[in-house]
Write a protein that binds this ligand. Structure first.
Ligand code: PLP
Ligand code: COI
Length: 342
């Protein structure tokens, strides 16, 4: 892509080559210093553990420009912490938080002209990931690891943007097992979601929302975001589960809802039996930002929320506006959530 001729407001959520990425290698118990490279292809052993046994973890983050052109990250130390928690679960080496952040900043600065301008709705998506590499055959952790950060400019995850999407409540397939790797941001969780996603899309839904793997009764999350439900009396309920990703955006939005807007936030098991009581629903995450959910398809019936599922509800809209204004620095960052890149 050519940043000089790109129409930033028309970007979709897809990979676009930009010149630089950061590569670092772990061997014999230590990370090397790492370096920026223009090479976007990897050369790894055919027996690498990541290829056969899924020893791979990643993060998803965004850098955004403020009105004055400055570039900011949203709570990046939370991503660094979660990356290391994922590494722990998959028996991979941790990466010091400062190194993780420094690698991201180096990659952003090297590709600065590709970071979308303020006010376009686009952002620079950041994908840090780690692979278990080196020669291997049996099921065991790798002896060598590669840590990579690439960035790519993106628009909205759902082409609908801030318009209601429809989700299929998945009653058969699970995304993650009860004590599996659902809490880790590991590639395996996403491969498990591909077939149910395709089935749902074939049935006309945008995405899937999973139920808990033990009872198939409590909401979990979608394939790429957490969820929340607006109930009567200014209550917002969001699923609590050990097999979902601990979304940084969801935690942030719920803090804002509780502390700045006075909603009662309930992080608890949310049963499918409550579906009739939802006034609004939303998906939340780095890629999804806040995407209104207009309709849930459950056991052959379509449950529609605000405005018959055709428009975003007022509370979802309020939270979306606040979150997006906060992320680009349009409103004061009272909690120290923004990290300056330059
Ligand atoms: N759940 C899943 C499965 C995800 O892939 C994501 C995306 O990162 C999220 C939730 C949202 O997490 P976060 O808000 O930290 O981006
Ligand atoms: C993110 O929101 O950053 C994610 O990781 C979702 C992704 C799987 C597209």
């Amino acid at each position: 892509m050519d940043p000089k001729t790109t129409d930033w407001s028309k970007l979709d959520f897809s990979y676009k080559y930009v010149p630089y990425r950061f590569h670092s290698y772990w061997k014999d118990g230590a990370w090397d210093n790492g370096k920026l490279t223009t090479e976007n292809k990897l050369l790894i052993d055919e027996g690498a553990v990541c290829l056969h046994y899924g020893q791979e973890i990643f993060e998803g983050m965004k850098a955004q420009r403020s009105k004055d052109g400055r570039i900011r990250l949203f709570r990046p130390y939370e991503n660094a912490r979660r990356f290391n928690e994922s590494a722990w679960r998959l028996l991979m080496p941790e990466i010091p938080e400062d190194r993780f952040i420094d690698a991201i900043k180096q990659t952003l600065l090297a590709n600065e002209e590709y970071i979308p301008p303020y006010g376009t709705g686009a952002a620079m998506y950041i994908r840090p990931f780690m692979l278990g590499v080196g020669e291997n055959l049996g099921v065991k952790p790798a002896k060598e690891y590669q840590f990579i950060v690439f960035v790519t400019p993106v628009g909205p995850y759902f082409k609908e943007g801030f318009n209601p999407i429809s989700l299929k409540v998945e009653t058969y397939y699970d995304r993650a097992a009860a004590h599996g790797i659902g809490q880790a941001k590991a590639g395996g969780n996403y491969s498990a979601s591909l077939l149910p996603l395709k089935n749902a899309q074939d049935e006309g839904f945008n995405e899937v929302v999973y139920l808990d793997p033990i009872h198939h009764k409590y909401f979990e999350e979608t394939g790429a975001s957490n969820v929340f439900f607006v109930l009567k009396d200014n209550v917002i309920a969001t699923p609590k589960s050990e097999s979902i990703l601990n979304s940084i955006v969801r935690r942030s939005v719920m803090d804002v809802a509780r502390e700045d807007f006075g909603y009662r936030v309930e992080e608890r098991q949310v049963s499918v039996d409550e579906i009739d009581t939802f006034l609004e629903a939303g998906a939340c995450g780095t890629a999804a930002v806040i995407t209104p959910i207009g309709c849930l398809g459950y056991e052959g019936k379509r449950y529609k929320f605000y405005a018959d599922g055709k428009e975003p509800g007022p509370i979802t809209t309020q939270l979306y506006k606040h979150l997006t204004a906060l992320q680009v620095g349009d409103i004061e960052d009272t909690r120290g959530w923004l990290e300056e890149v330059c």
